[in-house]
Design a protein around this ligand. Structure first.
Ligand code: IMP
Length: 158
């Protein structure tokens, strides 16, 4: 397969969603959000760091005069990169509502429902994925691999 272990500097990472697949899906999400929020005030809140690359592409696919904000949360120890147990998203939603947000919808590029311990709704999902550790397109393993231009499965730690 042309898109398997595709970059020589990340030999243990197998491509799951390549650049074309990501661009297509992000464009679809952007169109849906554009339609849903037409005529309404929209603030996109990016959860750092993992969702940074996804958000950069997504906001350019939304044809509305939106505001863009960034927020850091410490997980493992909105716009999300990946929803795993759901604890991060649940915490964020509660914090936003407590601060007076009247309407919050969630968007995640990746959703791992098999790992969920908190029942959170993801309103806009890019891809539903199996329980694998993913890197690239903003996602890291020990702070590396965020700059891979694709989402890949970390098969072995390089
Ligand atoms: P949750 O609170 O368990 O839903 O965790 C969500 C956060 O965990 C994400 O925003 C990521 O920072 C991190 N995470 C979960 N799964 C992965 C993965 O497969 N690769 C990289 N980071 C992950």
């Amino acid at each position: 397969m042309a898109e398997d272990f595709s970059v020589p500097w990340a030999p243990g990472v197998r491509v799951l969603y390549g650049q074309a697949a990501l661009a297509t899906r992000v464009a679809e999400l952007g169109s849906r959000i554009t339609a849903d929020y037409a005529g309404r005030a929209l603030t996109v809140l990016c959860v750092l760091k993992g969702a940074s690359l996804f958000t950069a592409d997504l906001v350019r696919a939304i044809a509305l005069p939106l505001r863009l904000e960034f927020l850091g949360v410490a997980s493992y120890g909105s716009v999300e990169d990946i929803v795993d147990t759901g604890l991060t998203l649940r915490f964020l939603l509660q914090a936003l509502v407590a601060r007076g947000c009247r309407s919050v919808r969630t968007c995640a590029l990746l959703d791992k429902p098999s790992r969920r311990v908190e029942a959170v709704t993801v309103d806009y999902t890019g891809f539903v994925v199996e329980d694998r550790f993913l890197v690239g397109y903003g996602l890291d393993h020990e702070e590396r691999w965020r700059n891979l231009p694709f989402v890949g499965v970390l098969e072995r730690s390089p």
